[in-house]
Design a protein around this ligand. Structure first.
Ligand code: ARG
Length: 459
């Protein structure tokens, strides 16, 4: 039989496959709290403007709370025939409160209704992402504080470059996640305008008060153009872009943890809580959580590309294509939150292998730049010449199978006669990092100052 919500002109009901492709209730049911908040605000406004009676508005608003509690307790009879959350809620409201339920949809369409529901949901996810990122930053800060002066190799090209401090490396991620937070905050601020009252696309002839509903739903103001209001999905795209960049950052940290926890590196020991064993190889401790976090970017960026592709070329205003905005956004948000929580736990519980870090930092000629800088500072060599002299000394050490500090003064002087005993002071990794006091540099002193500042910010 025809749909009770829009079936007036239809003699027959839809084909079963039509119903299957058309229905979104399987996933948009999670918009129920937002849908009900939007409807309650709309009903209150309809009464305040005299469009419906106070009595009807009261019945609707009370009835909607009953619907919400039924959904929360799992007692709600979801129906695929009713397509989506909007019609499921309204149909149930009708059963509960009767005739007044039919007045709720005055001066409204599912087009502005879904736009407001989804916007409220995405706005909430921005807040959740912010909270989860702050927790991750705190975990990283804990590591940074503990290891402000632990020396480790810094890499470029994944080749040993210069010694850095563990704390400095942790704080690099604190900075990245701060930018992610500000991206979510920007997106949130821009999306915080209300489409409710745009109705189907053209606005309405009823004397509605869009300021009132915007305010009730904590929006800054109503969206100015009804056509834009029902067809805009930028807010979801901005959320997904921010989520993608954040997931990319997470994947880089995850990759480092995978490498660092390997038997070849042994920079960190992941806690048992975040490791798994192998069913065949008894020695294994696999960093599965880190690997899965590394992989989450796939579906999160996938959702971003998918929605951008869905929206591309869509004429104004609403098209049913836009129903495809939700499922992947939900999936991306769920997986981002899961990845953030897992990363926070892993970081908080991992232990740096301080001796191994230092040993690695001391090998691979990591203080060659310090030697070149010494030649510039102490002997007045141009940097290019100093680079050349140092290169010869590295080659010599490599031949002898030793590291730079193991060369004798005579070895050194055979390459450049002016080199003095005190050169050995700069060849140690502790001295190297201690000397990097330029703004933003890796010295323990800088790291401690940064940690103190971040503690203020993060509370
Ligand atoms: N379930 C729909 C969606 O998610 C709600 C809006 C339907 N609007 C319409 N004109 N058919 O987009």
């Amino acid at each position: 039989s025809a749909n009770t919500m829009w079936g007036g002109r239809f003699a027959a009901g839809p084909d079963a496959i039509m119903e299957a492709i058309n229905a979104s209730i399987g996933y948009d049911r999670r918009l129920a709290p937002q849908d009900i908040a939007g409807s309650r605000a709309h009903a209150a406004m309809l009464a305040a403007t005299g469009i419906i009676t106070d009595k009807d508005a009261e019945a609707i608003r009370e009835g909607l709370l009953t619907v919400l509690s039924e959904i929360e307790t799992g007692d709600f009879p979801f129906s695929t025939a009713l397509e989506d959350i909007h019609m499921n809620v309204e149909a149930r409201l009708k059963e509960i409160v009767g005739e007044p339920a039919g007045r709720l949809h005055t001066a409204r369409s599912r087009n502005d209704q879904v736009a407001v529901d989804f916007r409220l949901w995405v706005r909430d996810q921005c807040d959740q992402a912010d909270e989860a990122l702050a927790a991750l930053q705190k975990a990283l800060l804990g590591q940074a504080e503990a290891g402000a002066d632990w020396v480790m190799p810094g890499f470029t090209h994944l080749q040993t470059a210069q010694p850095v401090t563990w704390g400095h490396h942790m704080l690099a991620y604190v900075e990245m996640f701060a930018r992610d937070r500000s991206r979510f905050a920007d997106a949130r601020a821009r999306m915080n305008t209300s489409p409710l009252g745009a109705a189907a696309l053209a606005g309405t002839s009823f004397p509605i008060d869009r300021e009132m509903t915007a305010k009730a739903l904590d929006f800054d103001r109503p969206m100015a153009n009804s056509l834009d209001a029902v067809s805009d999905r930028d807010f979801a795209l901005e959320f997904l872009s921010s989520a993608s960049i954040c997931a990319m950052h997470l994947s880089r940290l995850a990759e480092e943890l995978v490498i660092w926890s390997s038997a070849q590196f042994r920079f960190v020991k992941m806690s048992d809580k975040w490791s798994t064993g192998s069913s065949i190889m008894p020695q294994k401790r696999n960093p599965d959580a880190a690997e899965l976090i590394r992989a989450k970017i796939g579906r999160i960026f996938g959702a971003n590309v998918a929605l951008m592709t869905v929206m591309k070329g869509l004429p104004l205003t609403y098209s049913k294509d836009m129903q495809e905005d939700k499922e992947q956004t939900f999936d991306a948000a769920d997986n981002l939150m899961l990845a953030l929580a897992a990363m926070t736990g892993m970081v908080a519980d991992m232990s740096a292998q301080v001796e191994n870090l230092k040993a690695a930092a001391s090998s691979g000629f990591s203080t060659a730049t310090d030697l070149a800088d010494w030649l510039v500072r102490e002997l007045g060599l141009p940097f290019r010449d100093a680079h050349h002299v140092t290169g010869s000394l590295v080659a010599m050490a490599e031949d002898k199978g030793c590291d730079l500090p193991d060369l004798s003064l005579a070895d050194m002087q055979s390459v450049h006669a002016g080199i003095r005993e005190d050169v050995f002071n700069v060849l140690g990794v502790e001295n190297s990092v201690a000397s990097r006091t330029s703004f933003g540099g890796t010295s323990p002193e800088n790291v401690r100052a940064q940690v103190a500042q971040w503690k203020e910010v993060l509370g």
